[in-house]
Design a protein around this ligand. Structure first.
Ligand code: FEO
Ligand code: CA
Length: 691
């Protein structure tokens, strides 16, 4: 992003869905660890690789003895009988619905033959990948001006978002993507913002959903030949950031920055805001409409805010997908609440109930967990399919003394809290609390966090949570007072005195080692920053603003070794090594592109951190995970070329006069147009990653 932008935008990962359309003049568009040890207490073995030096190379940089290759990239064919590589300028909705989506984020792997516990010796895996957003800046290479974008191209961009499912086959220690015969045959599949989905759970009949569903189904015809259930809404899923997977073999995709898909201006909804305070709060909290004002006539009707003012109520949910059935209808699990979901990580409580951890990634939002009423049945997959519809949602409250509480969320509790605070906000029923969860959580005393992104629980080989849970707080660029769990570092520079530009990771330990507990303790796991810094602050990329880079808390260093900032996604392997992917680290430490680091879960003294991988120019790295045998490491390279090493946004450079070439050609190299891609990393000797 351009260095001239406000610091909030500079380091935030909240990219507009149709980013290339935003801010342009004429348009005026404003895990799958399968063999963890049985306790969370031991120290992980030292990884043998040498920590990588910082680099701005436009490739995947790895330690000696490791190699990488691209598994699949944006636009690659998912089905037989079509050209394998895309013609990006000829991309249509119909083509995109049969090709891998853009800007892949979270990754999950499933054994091709479901079993529980998940087997580790598979030759075939199902890969689910989120496609978080689409951007005109990196699409349609021959397009000369954004003002010349067509309605068909906008529809193709929307279809590039959602989820891609693709079968992988083993090749030695590595893996390659395969193509299915045709949609509905084999595992390969696209799920887009047009796909029929069902709303399930306690919030499914909220009047905002009912109203928006009617608009969507009138605008988007049934293209399934009547195969979709009668109550399906053809709104699909979008803004899919991270997520999780369940022990019964389904994929949970987390809808995050859904505001970016809606086209319109504030004036389109001003009257509704004035007449409905709840709507005013909701649209302000989630920042919709996202933009695209003068391009609104080109957008499909259901995404125009003036014609579908409650459209944003259809998103912000955790959506569950059965990857084993390419014709299954995804279900939005409304009982888990609506927010800007970064993730949905599952673990089993001691009594077999299922716990889902979620972070709401926006400044000063909250961390949640849902505990099902029913128990997981390892012998009957079908019996688990609707477990996520009934249970208790909680929100985290961190206390100064290092303890914390999970507050049960309900309409009664939220209304009582509102009354005690003399707030006029009220909630009609449980559905209303789930829809407007942020307001309920805030009133109840939930702790504001520094943009909680991934939440990962340490599990054993039977999916049981062992107690430790890590929360990546990527950063908080606004001044604010510290909150328990979100330390502020002292600084001689006023601007940085109470912000947290480099982020940190919090560890909580559930009481009694039980994920269903309503009590926990917490500590800071790692501080983003520079352990070797000789000064408390450092100028960030582009200068002007200084970030506090000390990794000390109360004078004690939390970590040593590689410097990093903006932790985002994490993966905890069977040896309890924590693999940390960054998003925006290059905006703080300009000498190194975003990267993956490794830290032991448990450590004596300051936690030693090594840099394992550095991604190409202008990309963020996300979705880290290992194959079940831990001999292959998968990760998403999202939006290569979105900015230069110096931090200039390509969305600005591309439409300049004269236009400039993208600053990356990943993964194809040469003069190729950059494409987001899934890559797999293996060892030259085929051994286990990290050993
Ligand atoms: Fe999509 Fe919070 O990153
Ligand atoms: Ca993320």
């Amino acid at each position: 992003m351009p260095v001239t932008k406000h610091i909030n935008e500079l380091i935030a990962s909240r990219r507009a869905l149709l980013g290339g359309l935003a801010g342009l003049p004429l348009l005026n568009l404003a895990a799958c660890a399968t063999q963890p040890a049985t306790s969370g207490g031991e120290v992980a073995p030292v990884a043998t690789f040498d920590s990588l030096p910082a680099t701005n190379a436009d490739t995947i940089s790895l330690p000696a003895g490791y190699r990488w290759r691209s598994v699949i990239a944006w636009g690659d064919a998912l089905f037989e009988g079509m050209p394998e590589r895309p013609d990006l300028d000829a991309m249509t909705r119909a083509e995109q619905e049969r090709r891998f989506g853009q800007n892949n984020d979270m990754l999950a792997l499933f054994a091709a033959d479901y079993a529980f516990p998940p087997p580790t010796d598979q030759d075939r895996l199902i890969l689910c990948a989120n496609n978080e957003y689409a951007t005109l800046d990196l699409a349609f290479p021959a397009l000369d001006r954004p003002q010349n974008v067509s309605a068909a191209q906008i529809e193709a961009l929307i279809a590039a978002v959602g989820v891609s499912v693709v079968e992988l086959r083993r090749e030695g220690a590595s893996w390659r993507a395969t193509r299915s015969p045709a949609p509905g045959q084999g595992f390969n599949r696209r799920i887009t913002p047009f796909t029929p989905v069902q709303f399930a759970g306690a919030g499914a009949q909220h009047p905002w959903i009912v109203a928006a569903a009617s608009v969507v189904n009138n605008a988007e015809p049934d293209r399934t030949g009547g195969r979709a259930p009668a109550d399906a809404v053809r709104c699909g899923t979008m803004a899919n950031c991270a997520g999780g997977l369940t022990p019964w073999g389904t994929y949970l995709t987390a809808e995050e920055n859904f505001d970016g898909l809606f086209f319109g201006r504030d004036t389109d909804i001003d009257a509704r805001r004035l007449s409905d305070p709840a709507y005013a709060l909701d649209s302000t909290s989630f920042s919709y409409p996202g933009g695209g004002g003068s391009a609104a006539p080109l957008a499909p009707r259901q995404f125009r805010i003036a014609e579908n003012p409650h459209g944003p109520a259809l998103y912000g949910w955790i959506t569950e997908i059965d990857p084993y059935d390419p014709n299954s209808t995804p279900k939005k699990r409304t009982s888990l609440g609506r927010k800007k979901n970064e993730c949905a990580t599952t673990a089993l409580a001691r009594d077999g109930r299922v716990v889902v951890y979620m972070g709401d990634d926006q400044r000063d939002e909250h961390v949640y967990k849902f505990v099902t009423r029913g128990r997981f049945d390892p012998n009957n997959r079908a019996a688990n399919m609707d477990l996520l519809d009934e249970g208790q949602l909680h929100v985290a409250q961190f206390l100064e003394n290092g303890e914390g509480r999970w507050l049960p969320v309900s309409a009664a509790a939220a209304n009582a809290a509102a009354e005690a605070e003399e707030s006029p906000i009220r909630f009609r029923d449980e559905a209303d609390v789930l829809m407007r969860l942020r307001d309920a959580a805030r009133l109840m005393g939930a702790t504001p966090m520094d943009r909680p992104e991934d939440v990962e629980a340490v599990r054993d080989n039977e999916w049981r949570g062992l107690g430790p849970v890590l929360i990546a707080c990527t950063n908080n660029s606004e001044r604010g007072f510290d909150h328990p769990g979100n330390p502020r570092r002292e600084s001689e520079r006023p601007y940085t005195a109470q912000s947290n530009l480099t982020g940190h990771i919090v560890r909580m330990d559930e009481a009694g080692g039980d994920c269903a507990s309503e009590r926990f303790t917490w500590d800071v796991f790692a501080m983003g920053g520079d352990p070797d810094a000789t000064e408390l602050t450092a100028a960030i990329r582009g200068g002007g603003v200084h970030a506090h880079v000390s990794t000390k808390v109360n004078g004690v260093a939390k970590n040593v070794g590689a410097r990093f900032a903006c932790p985002d996604n994490m993966f905890i392997d069977s040896t309890h090594r924590v693999w940390i992917a960054t998003d925006g680290s290059d905006g703080i430490f300009a000498d190194c592109n975003d990267n993956i680091l490794m830290a032991p879960l448990n450590a004596e003294g300051p936690r030693p951190i090594k840099r394992f991988m550095v991604c190409p120019v202008g990309a963020e790295v996300c979705g880290p995970l290992m194959a079940p045998d831990e001999r292959a490491f998968f990760t998403s390279i999202q939006h290569p070329g979105a900015n230069t090493v110096a931090g200039a946004e390509y969305g600005f450079l591309r439409w300049s006069d004269p236009p400039q070439k993208p600053p990356s050609s990943f993964p194809d190299g040469g003069d190729a147009w950059p494409r987001s891609a899934v890559v797999v990393i293996t060892r030259d000797d085929g051994g286990r990653i990290g050993d």
